[in-house]
Design a protein around this ligand. Structure first.
Ligand code: ZN
Length: 348
């Protein structure tokens, strides 16, 4: 391929040497998404982060990393191997951010609440769907022949309920299926191709009637995500029980839940730093909730975005709100951006 051909193609991902089923995966991105996790205050009566035993994240970022602090450089916390960015989820709209429009903002890079005139959720309405129909990270990656996957699996009952119309897709599986991807199943979970939204898989045994689902520790689940992410240009994992722990349950239960997340992120980030040297890991959320247990609603707090991987500090400088995350992914994968295409060519 000559350079002149390359310069007309904005999709750098297609420039990688071909392998048996398409593309050599060099640059890749994984988004670890946790629903309803914000950054709050240091009030132990309100915020379960204060009492939760979180050895991994506390070790990485230091005490009270979950409270945005004006003394951080540029508002970011940046130990050597990761950057934490308190990220605006309000997107210029009043009211409480909601899941459908927030997740759609993450996946499209568009200000979905502004475009539809409100924060909307939990499931997308037609207005959210219309914005997502213009393209998401999933569809942009698959459109250029890249490999993408939603790594959280769904039980058979979910597929049946979608088919019968009893259940609507939330924004994340809507984006994946609209891009032509098949959602992962119990069989994918059994064979290690997916990771359970609850990390361990225990919920499949207890609540879903799957006695044969293997059970992992949260740390092992995080390790597995890091390894699975290498098989895709773009992969996404959705952990939704954190939002439920914000809406229901006690402060102590919320703290226990954060301990699961800490262990999973420990497995994910440690493995990422040891083994995934060309991948970018993005951890983020759609809105606050669990960090304020004085009520059972979403919050207007910033959400913690964590970047791990090559250039994390430089990329973090571009992130201020949820719409910036997709831009980072596009930049890292060199998707559909002429300017980035040009700068890449300059490096050839
Ligand atoms: Zn919620």
């Amino acid at each position: 391929m000559s350079n002149s051909t390359v310069s007309r193609n904005p999709y750098a991902v297609t420039r990688n040497p071909m392998t048996d089923n398409g593309l050599r995966i060099t640059n890749y991105v994984h988004i670890f998404f946790m629903d309803g996790v914000g950054m709050g205050t240091a009030d132990a009566n309100l915020n379960p982060f204060v009492t939760a035993h979180m050895p991994y994240l506390n070790g990485l970022f230091g005490e009270e990393w979950y409270v945005p602090n004006g003394s951080w450089v540029n508002g970011r916390l940046a130990p050597p191997h990761a950057t934490l960015i308190p990220t605006d989820a309000n997107l210029g709209l009043p009211g409480k951010p909601q899941s459908a429009s927030g997740q759609a903002a993450i996946l499209t890079g568009r200000n979905v609440p502004q475009l539809i005139g409100e924060h909307y959720g939990p499931k997308p309405n037609q207005a959210v769907r219309d914005v997502m129909a213009q393209g998401t990270l999933f569809s942009e990656v698959t459109a250029v022949g890249g490999h993408a996957a939603l790594l959280s699996p769904y039980p058979q009952g979910y597929f049946d309920a979608i088919k019968s119309g009893k259940r609507l897709y939330s924004s994340v599986p809507l984006a994946a299926t609209a891009a032509g991807l098949e959602l992962m199943t119990a069989d994918d979970l059994r064979h290690g191709r997916a990771v359970s939204p609850d990390f361990t898989g225990q919920g499949w045994r207890e609540y879903l009637g799957y006695a044969d689902i293997p059970v992992f520790t949260p740390y092992e689940a995080g390790q597995r995500l890091a390894r699975l992410a290498r098989d895709y240009h773009f992969s996404f994992f959705e952990h939704w029980p954190s939002d439920r722990a914000g809406h229901r349950g006690s402060l102590a239960e919320a703290a226990q839940h954060l301990e699961l997340i800490d262990a999973a992120l420990g497995g994910l980030i440690e493995t990422w730093n040891q083994e995934n040297d060309t991948g970018l890991l993005i951890i983020t959320s759609d809105h606050g909730n669990i960090e304020e247990k004085g009520h059972r609603q979403h919050t207007r707090n910033p959400v913690p975005t964590i970047l791990v991987g090559p250039g994390h500090a430089e990329l973090a400088a571009k992130i201020n709100d949820l719409t910036d995350i997709a831009q980072i992914v596009r930049r890292y994968l060199r998707l559909g951006d002429e300017e980035i295409g040009e700068s890449l060519i300059a490096n050839l």
